[in-house]
Every structure is written in structure tokens, then in C-alpha cells.
Ligand binder design. Structure first.
Ligand code: GRF
Length: 215
């Protein structure tokens, strides 16, 4: 199914917003059939808010602090996006909010899920001696970082890598796979049905993998 209009996207951020920027650029350049209608942040000082303002996108600061999730839920209800993207949003969302957006909420996580759910993934990859690392875009479900995986960016870990070098390389890949997944969703090609992702009507038993190009 193709939409008659661009998909309306709300992006939730807490920090720099470089993934948000990748989405803004992809939409502005017509690489994805999506329009970012609103950027919401739980942190008023999130630099990503400035990126949104520069692009003329509505911003809201909401959902910060304990017990403030209903505020965020109400804001999303008002905006009524086709898709919610968590792009460096550092809060765990409650089950009600997640359920309300089931199949319409994506997250980007800096690891090759199911490895290294949660925080400090770059450090943990080095401590575990993993040979590979990367990032994953997945549908959000009630369990943290455990929803159906859509696409991954994969890099080979070298002996010289530090948490900082891994963060840099992974970030570059995130800026490729997040617009890709949002573009598929916007085109009606990507769906979540009965707990499984499908792309172009074919079930994704495993995520699509993009390898880092040798530099
Ligand atoms: C990304 O690494 C993302 O995977 C993680 O938080 C970081 C956000 O980066 N969840 P940015 O704010 O998009 O630059």
C-alpha cells in the first residue's frame, strides 16, 4: 500500500539529535516520503531541539521527570503521527504508551541486538571481546530493546578500537539505517504483523544487514 501523502513522523530525542538530523536531511532531499511533524524531548537542553527549530519543525519539551509520561502520551495523541521514532530517547516508555503505538514505533539502538541491550554498549562490546558491533533499528515492544529487528549496521571491531572510536563508527551507520527503515515504513513496505516484521510482504526472520564499507 502506498500512502497518498507523506508519512507524518514524530521524533523523540534526549541529546545531540544527529539521527534526527539524518531524518530531517533524508526528508528534505526527498529520499524518504516522510514529513517530520514534531520533535519531542524530555530534556529542555537537548541540542537536537535546535536542529529541529532550524528545520522549522515544531518542538515540545515533555515527559521529563518522574511520573510525567502521561504528558508525553497526551502530546503524541494530539500530534497523531503515523510513526513515532525514538532517536536517542533515553527514557524507558511504559507499556500503555508502547501498546498504543504498537507497530508504529521504531527505536535505534547502538548494538547488534540481541547482544547488549541497555546502556554503555561500546564499552561492553570491548569488555566482551566481541568481534563485531553495530546498530539496530527495531519495532518497540514492551520489553526494552527486544522488539522485532528490522535492519542492522555491522562493523568489525579492531584491536585499536576504543569506546569513542566505536561510538563514531556506529553513529555513521545509524545515520544510514534509520532513514532506510523510516523510508520503508513511510512507503508502506515495512509492517509489524503478529509480532513479526515483514518487508514487501516477506517475513523478516533475520534483520537486513548493511556492512560498514572499508575506509
Ligand atoms: C545513538 O547512538 C542511539 O543509538 C542511542 O543514542 C544515540 C543518539 O545519538 N540510542 P544522537 O542524539 O542521534 O546523535
Amino acid at each position: 500500500m502506498t500512502r497518498a501523502r507523506p508519512a507524518r513522523v514524530a521524533v523523540l530525542i534526549s541529546g545531540e539529535g544527529t539521527n534526527l538530523q539524518a531524518l530531517i536531511d533524508a526528508a528534505a532531499e526527498g529520499r524518504i516520503d516522510a514529513r517530520i511533524d514534531a520533535v519531542l524531548s524530555d530534556r529542555p537542553a537537548a541540542p537536537g531541539l535546535e536542529r529541529a527549530r532550524r528545520a522549522g519543525i515544531e518542538t515540545r519539551v515533555t515527559g521529563g521527570g518522574k511520573g510525567r509520561e502521561p504528558e508525553l502520551a497526551a502530546a503524541l495523541q494530539e500530534i497523531e503521527p503515523d510513526l513515532v521514532v525514538l532517536a536517542g530517547f533515553m527514557r524507558v516508555l511504559g507499556p500503555d504508551l508502547v501498546r498504543r503505538h504498537a507497530g508504529r514505533m521504531l527505536n535505534i539502538h547502538p548494538s547488534l541486538l540481541p547482544r547488549h541491550r541497555g546502556l554503555n554498549t561500546h564499552q561492553r562490546v570491548l569488555e566482551s571481546g566481541d568481534t563485531h558491533h553495530g546498530a539496530t533499528v527495531h519495532f518497540v515492544t514492551e520489553q526494552l530493546d527486544a522488539g522485532p529487528r528490522i535492519i542492522q549496521y555491522r562493523i568489525a571491531v579492531s584491536r585499536e578500537d576504543t569506546p569513542e572510536s566505536l561510538a563514531r563508527r556506529v553513529h555513521r551507520g545509524e545515520h544510514i539505517i534509520l532513514p532506510q527503515a523510516v523510508g520503508w515504513f513511510a512507503d508502506g513496505r515495512l509492517r509489524l504483523e503478529a509480532g513479526m516484521c515483514s518487508l514487501d510482504g516477506v517475513r523478516l526472520e533475520e534483520p537486513i544487514v548493511i556492512e560498514e564499507e572499508a575506509s
